[in-house]
Design a protein around this ligand. Structure first.
Ligand code: EPU
Length: 345
C-alpha cells in the first residue's frame, strides 16, 4: 500500500456479509461508498491499495477478508435522456437497483426490459456479466455505457460493440477489469425500441401464459409472469442466501451435444446457431444427485439445482468445497467442465 493519504470518504474495516447475497463472512480493510463519478477520479492513479468494485453483491463469493479498497457503487439517478421515432433512451447510475429500473421504465410506458424483471443486483454490474433471462440479455438493449479509467481518472465511453458481449460475458470480464477495478462503470444508457415485440417463447413463460389463458400479453403481464416464475424456482436471498445460478450453462460443439444426447436421452439442448449447443447445467447437476443435497452448511437448491444456497453460517471455504464436488461429479459422469458464474474475492 502507498502512503498516499486516502480521501475522507474512505473508511476502514467494514463487514461484507450483509452487503452480499450469499452472506459469507468477510471484511474489507478499506471501503468507499461511491455516489459520484468524481470520487473515482480522486481515487485514480497507481500505487494505491488493490481495488475491488462491489455493486449489489449478488454475484460474489467471498473467501475471507479483503485487504484492499472496496468501491461500493452507489451512483443514483435515472432519466429519459432522448426519444426519437424509433426508441426511448434511458440513462441510469451504476448504483441503481436493476429490478427497480425495470419497474420504473414499465410504469413510464417504455417496454423492453420486462423479461429481465427481478434479477438482483445493480445497473452498473448488469453489463459486466451481460445479465440474461427468459430470452433477453442486457446486450439486446444496451446503447452505451460510461466507465472511469482508474489509471488516468478519465471517463471512457463504450458503445455496444466495444462491450464485446457474449453469453454471460463482456469486455469487462474478458480483460478482468471486474477483478482489478481498473475500469469502473458509472452509468449505463439503454435503448428501448418503440417497435416492441413480446418475447414469450421461453418454455417456463409460455407455460405461465397458457395456464393464465393469456394469448397476447403486454409488457407488464410479461414482467408479472417472469416474477412469478422466478419466485417459484429461485430462492429469495433475503430468506435463503444465494448468488443465483452458480455455474454457466456449458457450450459444446454440435457433435458433442449429439453424442451426449444419445447416451442421456433427456438431455436439454439449445442450439446457438453458431455450431454450438448450450446444455442445461441444472439438469447435469440434478442427474448427479446434487439437487437438494447439502455439503456442510451449503447445498444445491431443491427447486433449481443450479443455485447454490447458504443454509446458514457457511464460509467461503464450504462454498468452494461444494462447487468443486459438483464439478467433479459432472466431469466424471458427462465429461463436461462447469465454470462458476459468480466472481470470487
Ligand atoms: N433443469 C433441471 N433441473 C434443475 C434445474 C434445471 O432439469 O434442477 C432443467 C430445466 O428443466 C430446463 C433446463 O434445465 O429444461 C433449464 O432450466 P431453467 O429454465 O430453470 O434455466 P437455467 O438454464 O437453469 C438460465 C439462467 C438463469 C435464468 C434462466 C431463465 C444461466 C447460468 N442461468 O437458468 O439466470 O434466470 O435461464 O432464462 O444461464 C442467473 O444467471 O443467476 C440466473 C438465474
Amino acid at each position: 500500500m502507498s502512503d498516499r493519504p486516502q480521501p475522507d470518504f474512505v473508511t476502514g474495516n467494514v463487514e461484507l456479509a450483509t452487503r452480499t447475497t450469499l452472506a459469507l463472512p468477510g471484511r474489507a480493510a478499506l471501503y468507499a461508498e461511491i455516489t459520484a463519478a468524481a470520487q473515482l477520479a480522486q481515487l485514480a492513479g497507481s500505487g494505491g491499495p488493490r481495488r475491488f468494485v462491489l455493486g449489489g453483491g449478488s454475484n460474489l463469493v467471498l473467501s475471507g477478508d479483503f485487504d484492499g479498497l472496496l468501491l461500493h457503487m452507489a451512483i443514483a439517478g435515472r432519466q429519459l435522456v432522448a426519444e426519437d421515432d424509433d426508441a426511448w433512451y434511458v440513462r441510469a447510475g451504476a448504483g441503481e437497483n436493476w429490478h427497480q429500473l425495470v419497474g420504473w421504465t414499465l410504469a413510464q410506458g417504455w417496454p423492453g426490459l420486462e423479461n429481465l424483471a427481478l434479477i438482483p443486483g445493480t445497473v452498473g454490474a448488469a453489463p459486466i456479466q451481460n445479465i440474461g433471462a427468459y430470452g433477453l440479455e442486457i446486450a439486446d438493449r444496451l446503447l452505451s455505457l460510461e466507465a472511469c479509467d482508474m489509471q488516468s481518472g478519465k471517463m471512457l465511453h463504450f458503445d455496444r460493440a466495444a462491450c464485446r458481449f457474449a453469453y454471460r460475458d463482456s469486455v469487462f470480464k474478458q480483460q478482468s477489469w471486474h477483478l482489478d477495478g481498473s475500469r469502473v462503470i458509472t452509468h449505463v444508457t439503454l435503448r428501448l425500441p418503440k417497435a416492441w415485440q413480446p418475447l414469450t417463447s421461453y418454455p417456463d413463460l409460455a407455460a405461465e401464459f397458457d395456464q393464465q389463458q393469456i394469448t397476447h400479453p403486454n409488457a407488464r403481464q410479461i414482467a408479472a409472469a417472469v416474477i412469478q416464475v422466478r419466485r417459484r424456482k429461485l430462492p429469495d436471498p433475503a430468506v435463503l442466501p444465494n448468488a443465483g445460478s452458480f455455474f454457466h450453462n456449458p457450450l459444446v460443439d454440435t457433435e458433442t451435444g449429439e453424442r451426449l444426447a444419445r447416451r442421456f436421452p433427456g438431455l436439454p439442448r439449445y442450439p446457438q446457431g453458431d455450431g454450438r449447443v448450450k446444455l442445461a447445467a441444472g439438469w447435469l447437476i440434478e442427474q448427479c444427485g446434487w439437487k437438494g443435497r447439502n455439503l456442510g452448511r451449503v447445498g444445491m437448491y431443491e427447486k433449481q439445482a443450479l443455485v447454490l444456497v447458504n443454509r446458514g453460517g457457511a464460509s467461503g471455504t464450504e462454498v468452494i468445497a461444494l462447487a468443486t464436488a459438483v464439478q467433479t461429479d459432472v466431469r466424471a459422469r458427462f465429461g463436461i467442465e462447469l465454470t462458476p458464474e459468480p466472481v470470487f474475492l
